[in-house]
Design a protein around this ligand. Structure first.
Ligand code: TMP
Length: 206
């Protein structure tokens, strides 16, 4: 089962993924945690380039970098793990390209979906958590955390478009998206995610 985690910057995805992975492993699931861009030696190298604030990268070049990382991750890690019936928790997947490069940068959504599905061998998530926070909360958390990478430096209008993009995706793919409130405590967040995971595993989402 492929479970992906999406949201704007500093939504709390990483903390949630670690907590959910621990909970699933505790009761005996085989869980693999990975992320995008990254998750393979090639992907990790591409990630360094992608987030480097010193580089100027054209929007379509961003798409190609991200999908090179994605194609390698699916081929080497995700497809084999799914074959072994593991639960794969992936920090971002192709919805991020639609939200950031599509809604954020203005590239054509349908073309992006086709490029992404080619990169993933047409593998799509079974369940996608949108960890949702207001853009102002994201900005405040980033400031408190310090250090900003290339996309974190984009302005509020960009991040507002990305958030709206995620909501549009959640509506379009409502059979796999679950929106979680990222402003609640980490404990409440992981409980909500666990319950949605159990529902999805036992059948389609309501
Ligand atoms: P992360 O550190 O939140 O995991 O993500 C790294 C950055 O990459 C983040 O700013 C979002 C961006 N990104 C895209 O713009 N498009 C994508 O397809 C992915 C996977 C990430």
């Amino acid at each position: 089962m492929l479970v992906t985690f999406e949201g704007i910057e500093a939504a709390g995805k990483s903390t949630l993924i670690a907590a959910l992975a621990a909970r699933l492993r505790n009761r005996g699931d085989v869980v693999l945690v990975t992320r995008e861009p990254g998750g393979t030696p090639l992907g990790d190298s591409l990630r360094e380039l992608f987030v480097d604030p010193a580089l100027r990268i054209a929007p379509i070049a961003e798409v190609m970098l991200l999908n090179a990382s994605r194609a390698q991750l699916v081929a080497d890690v995700i497809a084999p793990a799914l074959k072994d019936r593991a639960v794969v928790l992936c920090d971002r997947f192709f919805d991020a390209t639609v939200a950031y490069q599509g809604f954020g940068r203005g590239l054509d959504i349908e073309s992006l979906l086709e490029i992404c599905l080619t990169a993933t061998q047409r593998i799509a998530p079974d369940l996608t958590f949108l960890v949702d926070i207001p853009v102002e909360v994201s900005r405040a958390r980033l400031q408190a955390r310090g250090g900003t990478d290339r996309l974190e430096r984009e302005d509020t209008a960009f991040h507002t478009r990305v958030r709206e993009g995620y909501h549009a995706l959640a509506e379009r793919f409502e059979n796999r998206f679950v929106i979680l409130d990222g402003t609640v405590s980490p404990d409440l967040l992981v409980t909500a995610a666990f319950e949605a995971f159990e529902r999805r595993r036992n059948g389609p989402l309501p």
